[in-house]
Design a protein around this ligand. Structure first.
Ligand code: ZN
Length: 459
């Protein structure tokens, strides 16, 4: 269906729905979904039995919170057991509810923290993901006629086929080049297809800016890029990274996305882009969002400024719905209305619950470290690694950080620079790291998800 190009919202009814109406809609959908989960998945039936509750007994959000959480480890284990027992990972004792004949797409997480967990989708679920992408790209101002070059990891990850389909569904034109072919190919296709928008991880975006003159003899500011969509890493929510990307692409507007392979979708709008006020939660009608304390797993009230681990429940999903699925992301939610007119929550991703480091009792997140380092750009490149002797979260002080100084900085001025950075770290993060300085380009650039933590091999 071709939308009127002047329309402000892709789905005005949902995107501007009052919070009371949204809550009623969610509860109505939740009841139907819970009956479906109970009847079609032994994995979920056991969760109800554990809580000694039946789907029909759940009338309020509080009732629902009696159901135990699910996490990735449990899903992984269920997948493995199903392969042993049934020869495939979609058996009755997994979160997959739809019969295998109805499942037409499998996506997965990238598995950076263990074996990948699978998303199973029916045609209905794919239509739903497309709808959510329509909302997100429309919000950014993408319209038919716009060409978006997709430089995320293609293949089966959520940044791949689902995203390509979502861009097409929004009516725009996708160039699914993918990062796998290498930086040169991405830049060649930018030259060849003249996109107005790029979709990539923020770190790959910064790398493109650096490599552009070398590889295709052009300044990245002259590529004609008006939109830069970030996902896959929290950098798109970092004001300094946003500034560098925008400047590097000649004033491009930066839009941050998260989710997208499932019923969870978040994206920034175009209000106060330089401040970054968080992403709109774009899928309230398809996904119930809860917060829990990352350590005790007890519910945290979803109110303005609250911080907690994200827990998701699919509300209209056939394949493998999530039910109180603890995602591992720590987020902060905001309820103040946005000038763009969209109602509903906004949120910022604070970090991965399992990325958290504890130095002398202080919680530190890799993204916060990057933000602190980038404050000193352009004297530093922003590329860094946290060096650990053993896996976190407990770090024996000092916290060791390998950091790149930029080629414009002379080696003799590093001690003075380090002094300023140390002071900034002490004041803002309450840690005093030991910095190991390396020259520009020493830290390998990663085109997929950047790993900020490196385990040092002990001889
Ligand atoms: Zn907004």
């Amino acid at each position: 269906m071709l939308k009127d190009q002047r329309r402000r919202f892709w789905n005005p009814r949902i995107e501007t729905m009052s919070s009371n109406k949204m809550r009623d809609l969610q509860m109505a959908k939740l009841k139907t979904q819970l009956i479906y989960n109970y009847e079609n998945s032994l994995f979920y039936r056991k969760k109800f039995e554990e809580a000694v509750i039946k789907p029909k007994d759940i009338r309020t959000p509080e009732d629902f919170q009696h159901i135990p959480l699910t996490n990735k480890d449990e899903q992984r284990k269920a997948q493995e057991e199903s392969i042993e027992n049934f020869g495939h990972p979609y058996g009755p004792d997994t979160i997959t509810c739809a019969p295998i004949e109805k499942i037409i797409r499998i996506n997965s997480t990238s598995g950076t923290t263990g074996a990948p967990t699978l998303y199973t989708l029916t045609q209905h679920d794919i239509d739903l993901v497309n709808e959510l992408n329509g909302r997100r790209f429309w919000m950014a101002g993408i319209r038919p006629g716009h060409v978006i070059l997709q430089a995320m990891s293609l293949s089966m990850f959520v940044g791949g086929v689902p995203l390509s389909q979502g861009i097409m569904h929004a009516g725009a034109c996708v160039v699914p080049v993918g990062v796998e072919g290498g930086t040169k190919r991405v830049l060649d296709f930018i030259k060849l297809t003249a996109p107005v928008a790029i979709f990539a991880t923020p770190s790959f975006g910064l790398y493109l800016i650096e490599q552009c003159p070398k590889l295709i003899g052009k300044d990245s500011r002259d590529l004609g890029i008006k939109w830069f969509f970030t996902a896959g890493e929290p950098g798109g929510g970092n004001p300094e990274v946003r500034k560098l990307l925008s400047q590097g692409f000649g004033g491009a507007r930066i839009f941050d996305h998260t989710g997208g392979g499932h019923a969870f979708a978040g994206a920034t709008c175009d209000e106060s882009p330089e401040l970054y006020s968080g992403m709109h939660f774009m899928s309230g009608d398809y996904c119930l969002l809860e917060l829990v304390n990352p350590e005790t797993k007890k519910p945290v009230e979803v109110e303005d400024g609250a911080v907690g681990e994200l827990v998701l429940t699919s509300l209209d999903w056939e394949g493998g719905p999530f039910m109180r699925y603890a995602y591992g992301d720590l987020i902060q939610v905001f309820t103040t209305p946005c000038n763009c007119g969209r109602t509903g929550l906004k949120f910022k991703i604070i970090g991965r619950a399992d990325d958290m480091l504890i130095v002398k009792g202080v919680n530190v997140y890799p993204e916060a470290i990057r933000r602190a380092i980038l404050t000193f750009s352009p004297e530093v490149t922003g590329f860094y690694k946290i060096l650990l002797d053993k896996p976190g979260p407990l770090v024996t002080p000092p916290l060791k950080i390998k950091i790149e100084y930029s080629s414009a900085v002379e080696e003799k001025s590093i001690p003075a620079l380090e002094k300023r950075i140390l002071r900034h770290f002490k004041e803002n993060l309450r840690v005093s790291p030991k910095f190991i300085w390396v020259s520009q380009g020493s830290i390998p650039r990663e085109t997929k998800k950047t790993k900020f933590i490196e385990l040092e091999q002990k001889g």
